[in-house]
Every structure is written in C-alpha cells, then in structure tokens.
Ligand binder design. Structure first.
Ligand SMILES: Nc1nc2c(c(=O)[nH]1)N=C([C@H](O)[C@@H](O)CO)CN2
Length: 121
C-alpha cells in the first residue's frame, strides 16, 4: 500500500498529567503515516484523488489544540480515530513525541497503528 506521511509536525498545546502542566503549553511532535492508493492521483495528476497532507496537518493541529489532554496516549488514539473517520485511509501510524518531558532524554513518546473497522484487528 502507498503512504502519505507527515513528519515532525509541531503542535504547541496544553498537555500533561500534573497540575503545573495544565497552565502552560508544551510542544508535541507528531509523525503520521496514512495508507492510500496513489495510482489514480498520479495517473491523473489530481490532488482530489489523494490525501492532502496540508489539509491533514491543519486538521490535526486544530484538533489537538481544541482542548487540554493529559496523556500523549490519548492524543495518539484520538488523532488516529479522527484520521480514519475523516480521511480516505484504512490504516494509520501515529508517533507522538514530547521532547521536553524528560531532561535526560532526546525525546520520549508513544507509537500506535490503527485500522479502519473490518480491515484488521
Ligand atoms: N506513558 C506516559 N507517561 C507519562 C506521560 C504520558 O503522557 N504518557 N506524561 C507524563 C507527564 O505529563 C510528564 O510529561 C511531565 O513531565 C509522565 N509520564
């Protein structure tokens, strides 16, 4: 399957478990991969036949920043379900990194793969 990807999408938002985190914005960095068949878009050279990474990037930023969230696991799961629901893809991979969370680490995060209903468990 072909892939449209978005790497290192930066989102500044209210994210975190602890009280002090609920009054500030912190940076999340997302890597997103969406399965799609690109052949028709390539044959016809038509953006309407593929997944528009610019549109998807804006939607993800708007969605994440709309409300505070505690866990990056929640961000990953909600973004995955959003993409499966709103865009023509049946498989998404999402990595959510929180580079400021652990001073001794370059970054920390979670990674998930989700399928549309009926595609795979
Ligand atoms: N698996 C996770 N572990 C932790 C998370 C998280 O979202 N998922 N969050 C925190 C705190 O918010 C932390 O980032 C504060 O520095 C701790 N562990």
């Amino acid at each position: 399957m072909d892939i449209v990807f978005i790497k290192q999408l930066q989102v500044d938002t209210v994210i975190g478990v602890y009280d002090w985190e609920k009054t500030i914005k912190q940076r999340l960095v997302l890597d997103i991969s969406l399965a799609t068949d690109q052949r028709a878009a390539a044959e016809q050279d038509d953006i309407r036949l593929t997944l528009d990474y610019a549109v998807i990037s804006e939607r993800v930023i708007q969605f994440i920043t709309a409300q505070p969230i505690e866990l990056i696991e929640t961000v990953a799961e909600r973004v995955a379900q959003l993409l499966l629901t709103e865009f023509a893809t049946n498989r998404v991979e999402i990595t959510v990194s929180k580079p400021g969370a652990v001073a001794q680490a370059a970054t920390v995060g979670v990674q998930i793969t989700r399928y549309a209903k009926g595609e795979r468990a």
